[in-house]
Structure formats: C-alpha cells, structure tokens
Design a protein around this ligand. Structure first.
Ligand code: ACM
Length: 649
C-alpha cells in the first residue's frame, strides 16, 4: 500500500488502508497567487471527482516566485488526515511536487487514504532533451510536454535548437539563420514562463562547432571553406563545421548567446560540441597556420581552445556552459558541466577531470529500448555496475538483432585515470528526433519517460511488478488528461493502415532497436563488419513517419501481458493464442506487416503445439529461432518470453 504505484515513487511514506477524503482540493487560509494557480492546475488534473472538496492547508516558508534554479530545495511533507491535507515545504517547488503526488494518488485510488509522506529528489537535475532541430515541435507540443514533466517531477527541459537540418531560434541580429519552422522570441518567452510556473528550467542549446550545416547554409563565410553549403535534409554524419578562429563567427556566437540570455533566464546554456568532423579544418591553410602559431597539436586541442572562448563568452552574459562529453577529449574549462552520452566511462572521465556531470548515457529514448533497460541505470551508480548493465545488453535476447552494433559502441570505453572531484548532478533523457514527429511524442517519449523520471527522483531499484508499475505510470498521465500513450498508439496504428480487428496482433510487434531503423540495412551491415559506413540513410527530414512501425510502442505492453499468460498457462493461454491466430490467419494486413505477422503466427502456433503436447522442446526452439529475427523494421515482441518459457525447466 505504501507506494501506491506512484511514478516517481516517493521517499518515506506511510498510508493506512482507511479511506479518508475524496474530491477537489480546496485551499484553506490565505494563499499566495502562485500557490493558488498550482492548486487550480492540480484540480484540472484530478479526474471524475465528486462535488465534495478536500481542504488543503499550505505551510510554505518561502513563497517567493524566483525562476527555478539548480539546487533549489524541492523537498516536501504531506499529511492526509481526517481534517484534510497539510503540505509543508521550504519553497514553492516542494509544494508543487506535493500536489503532483496528491493528483497521482487521488486518480489512482479514487480517494486520498490517510497517511504521511516525506519526500525529496535524489538529484537536483532531472532533465529531458528534445530535438526540434531535426523535426520541428510546435510550442503547443512543448507546453503539453511541460505538464507531463511536472506530473513526473522533472525539472529541466533542454532544447536542442540547432543541428545540420534546422536552426530553430529567430535571431534578431542574424535573421537568415532561422529555418522556416522556428521559434519566435515571444513563443520562447511563453515557454520559459509556463515552465517556471511548473518548476522547470529551460536550457537552450546551440550545437557548435559541428552539426552546423544549417548555420553554414545561411552564413557560408563562417566556415573554413567560405563557400556555399546547401541545406541538408539527410541524417547521418555531416562534414560541415564552423571556423572557430573566424572573428565574424566569434562575434556571432557572442551576439547569439546574448540574445538567448535575454530569453532564457537559466544560469546554464548548452553549447554542444559533439561529433565534430575536422576534415574541413584539416584542409584549411589559415587554420593550419593558426594551430602552428598557438602550438595546438590536434583538432581536439583547437576545439578545446574554442571551448574556453565559449565559456568566457557565456560568462560575459552571466551563463555557465554545459556541453557533450567530447569536451573531455581535448580538455574543458573547470566550470563546464559535462553531459555524458558515450557510455559509462564518459561519466567517470568527466568526474575525474573535476567536472560536474549530467548523465545521459543509458537514457537515449530514441533507441527504442524497453523501460526496464533505462531504469536499471542509476546516474550515480558505481562504474563497474554500469559496465555490467552495458554488457548485459549484448546477451539480452531482446537485442540479439543489434548485438553487433551495441558491441561497436563499447569502442567508446576509456577508463578514467582516477576518481575525481566532480559531482553527478543528475540525469537527462534524450529523445533525438530523426524518427520522431510531434504526433509521435506520446509513443516515443511518454511510453517510458515516467519511469526514467522515477530513477532521477527516487534513484531506487525497480519494484518487483515492473509491468504493473509501467502501466500505472501511463495511467497517471492519461488520468490527468495530459497524454494517453496506449490510446495514441492505437489511434495512429489505425490511421497508418491497421484495421481495428488486427490491433491485438499488431500490438505484439515492436520496432527494431538501437540505430537499426536510422542506419538502414546497408550501413548497419557495414558497421557490424567494421567497414566504413555508406552515407546514405533510408530516412531524411522529409520522410513521412506514417507507417505502423512509427506508431508501435517501443515496448509492447501487450507482449508483457502475453508473457504473464505464458506463466499462467492452461485454458486462458490457449484461448488467447487461438484468438490471435485467427486474426493472423486473415492475412489482410498491409504488405509490410505480412512478414512479421507470419513470424508471430509461427510463434503462436509453436506455443499451442507445445502446450498441447504435440511438439517437443528442441523442434520448438528451432521454430522460434527462425521467427525471432527482424522482418524489415519489425520484431515480434513475444519471441523472447516464449523462448524463456520453452527453456524453463
Ligand atoms: C549525441 O548524441 N551526438 C550527443
């Protein structure tokens, strides 16, 4: 009873089974304007409450409405008694989280049980990175995201505003930079205000000096070649790189950081720095002369010098920089926060070099992993533990089809020389959006984000009933009227060519994992074979994302339930297999679904044949092996649980 399937779970909690209160929350005594609007928002998220009201008394020491900041005290105490609710918190942030907890409990139970909670976050930085640069996200989509973040007690929205394919900030000084779809300053100010009301900091990112095709197609003079660069709609590595020693570009960065500082009050600004291809630097005689003159022995050293300039520029505008972990390759100013993304050892290297670190490795939601994989990573877990988790993916049957690619990423491993003085500030989930459009956000983001949010808040291992907890976390978002993940997936599947009666079978499929879809077959095979990858990719910014594979949940909830039925066995299992086999037998699926549905059919028939004693284990395993590989971009999500069932003694 104590945890009530909350996501995130709360700290110390005691609840009685006694039903205490039900109804909308009504403030008692004088309450400041920010608290009143928080209470109104919470009431908007309470579903189907009776006309009754529950009195709420606030004891908030500091009701000052300053913008949220790193290391704010976000703790709270919550008591539900027969007299109503009492919320005590040092600051507004805690009161806000207390209300989010109340909403989840009330929607989950239909009432508030008598009880007491003392709660505080494990990490001060609990973030989400969205990538509107690859595919634009409207202000409305971002505002919905903020509500869902608030319910999950997340407190940082990092906006990746620029990349090869798009530049999404309308600069006053450099109007040519902005893509056709971009944010006005007014929109961004609205975003910042709404976020602050929900206790969320917004951090903009200008990704420099690489990932810069959009910059150079507007201002070719800022690149080492100074020649026209066509805009790009393709994905994969680009050569375009800005010229870090060009005074006009350095002035532009100063101006742009100033313009962003004018809109985003947060202390931090993200200045990218990932995946720089130095080819254009290497061919420039001007850069070669500069490097010789300044005794810079490598492109990494040149980038390190540029990073120091960025840090100084940001500091002039009152900002501290955060950047991707490539900063470790050439060195970075001590005050820079490092966002680690290239595996567990990047975090160790950042801390060893004395940098505070935001951990994103383990939390890349675009890799289409199930929630338990992300949740297993603790941002501050010992490095040995994280390496074991990374290794475990290579032998996890759910990732067989991309195991060689996962192995390739272990080439990033570089153990740190020694433990250091840096601190883990928290974690940030990243949703890179090559294959994510706005309408796919529920299925691609919120399908797993609530449980990642739990890791960042509670930092506890997962509960035993992971599947039940995952579904409860999605129910919380749906009950609050914010995002209904399973409903969104079904609606999109219907729109993308799946008939109503086919849904139960199609829901047992998942998209292939890791970068399988993005790289495509040819590049994937080259990567596995250790060869140079071809640059062509199956998708670009103009590829429609309107096929069933786009709408499928990264983690099939139906497959989890099927796994439970397998454990149960008997008539319910056989009935379900028969129902699903009937659907598959109709063979009226759109063509791309026919091969994965044929695999599904083979697996279901195998279960029936084994369960009815008509097939032995060895033959059954052979059949499953044949049907468990990817068909195009699909895999059958019940293959791993069926395999485990067959192999169980
Ligand atoms: C990254 O994923 N390139 C930071």
């Amino acid at each position: 009873m104590n945890q009530l399937s909350l996501a995130p779970r709360v700290g110390r909690a005691q609840f009685s089974t006694e039903r205490a209160q039900a109804g909308l929350l009504q403030r008692q005594g004088p309450v400041s304007a920010p608290l009143t609007s928080m209470l109104d928002r919470a009431n908007g998220w309470l579903k189907g409450q009776s006309k009754a009201t529950v009195p709420v008394r606030f004891e908030v020491d500091d009701q000052g409405e300053t913008p949220p900041a790193l290391h704010d005290d976000e703790s709270y105490r919550l008591t539900v008694s027969n007299d109503g609710v009492r919320i005590s918190a040092p600051r507004l942030a805690g009161a806000r989280h207390a209300l989010a907890t109340l909403v989840q409990i009330s929607n989950h139970c239909g009432h508030l049980p008598l009880g007491h909670i003392e709660d505080a976050p494990s990490f001060p930085w609990r973030g989400l990175m969205l990538d509107p640069a690859r595919r634009f996200l409207s202000l409305d989509a971002l505002l919905v995201t903020l509500d869902a973040m608030a319910l999950c007690k997340l407190n940082v929205l990092h906006l990746h505003l620029t990349d090869d394919q798009g530049f999404r900030f309308q600069s006053r000084a450099y109007p040519k930079l902005a893509s056709a779809e971009s944010y006005s300053r007014r929109e961004l100010r609205t975003l910042v205000t709404v976020a602050a009301e929900r206790g969320i900091r917004v951090i903009p990112e200008l990704d420099v000096p690489g990932h810069a095709t959009s910059w150079l197609s507007a201002h070719p003079e800022w690149g080492p070649r100074r020649s026209p660069v066509p805009p790009s709609s393709r994905f994969g590595p680009h050569e375009a790189v800005l010229n870090p020693i060009d005074p006009a570009f350095q002035d532009a960065i100063d101006t742009l950081v100033g313009e962003l500082a004018d809109v985003f009050p947060d202390r931090f600004i993200h200045l990218g720095g990932d995946e720089v291809n130095p080819a254009w630097w290497n061919e420039s005689s001007e850069i070669a002369a500069y490097m010789a003159h300044h005794d810079l022995g490598s492109p990494a050293a040149l980038q390190a010098q540029f990073r120091a300039l960025l840090a100084a520029t940001a500091a002039r505008h009152g900002k501290r920089i955060i950047g991707w972990d490539e900063a470790l390759d050439g060195g970075a100013p001590a005050t820079m926060v490092v966002q680690s993304w290239r595996g567990a050892t990047a975090r160790g290297r950042a801390l060893a070099a004395g940098h505070d670190c935001v951990v994103s490795s383990g939390y890349y939601l675009d890799l289409l992993y199930p929630a338990d994989v992300h949740h297993a990573y603790g941002p501050d877990a010992p490095e040995e533990e994280l390496l074991v988790l990374e290794d475990a993916l290579l032998v996890d049957p759910r990732f067989n089809h991309v195991a060689a690619g996962l192995k390739w990423t272990q080439g990033w491993r570089q153990p740190a020389p020694s433990p250091g003085a840096g601190k883990v500030l928290g974690g940030e989930a990243c949703l890179w959006s090559e294959l994510v459009s706005e309408e796919l956000l529920p299925v691609r983001l919120w399908s797993r984000m609530p449980l990642v949010a739990d890791r960042f808040w509670s930092n506890q291992p997962a509960p035993d009933d992971f599947g039940g907890w995952l579904e409860a976390s999605l129910n919380h978002l749906a009950a609050a009227g914010i995002v209904d993940v399973p409903h969104a997936s079904r609606t999109l599947l219907r729109r993308f060519g799946v008939k109503e009666r086919q849904l139960p079978a199609v829901a047992l499929l998942e998209p292939i994992k890791w970068y399988g879809r993005l790289l495509g077959q040819a590049a994937l095979e080259a990567r596995m074979g250790g060869q140079e990858m071809p640059q062509s990719r199956p998708y670009g910014t103009d590829s429609p994302l309107d096929r069933p594979v786009d709408a499928l949940l990264p983690e099939s909830l139906a497959a989890r339930r099927f796994g439970e039925l397998l454990a149960e066995g008997g008539a319910p299992l056989l009935d379900e297999c028969t129902r699903l086999l009937d659907i598959c037998a109709a063979e009226d699926f759109i063509p791309e679904l026919m091969p994965p549905i044929a695999n599904l059919r083979l697996i279901l028939q195998t279960v029936v044949d084994v369960a009815t004693g008509r097939l032995g284990q060895a033959e059954a395993l052979q059949r499953i092996a044949k049907a468990s590989g990817p068909s195009g971009e699909y895999i059958v999500a019940i293959a791993p649980p069926v395999l485990a069932w067959l192999e169980a003694p």
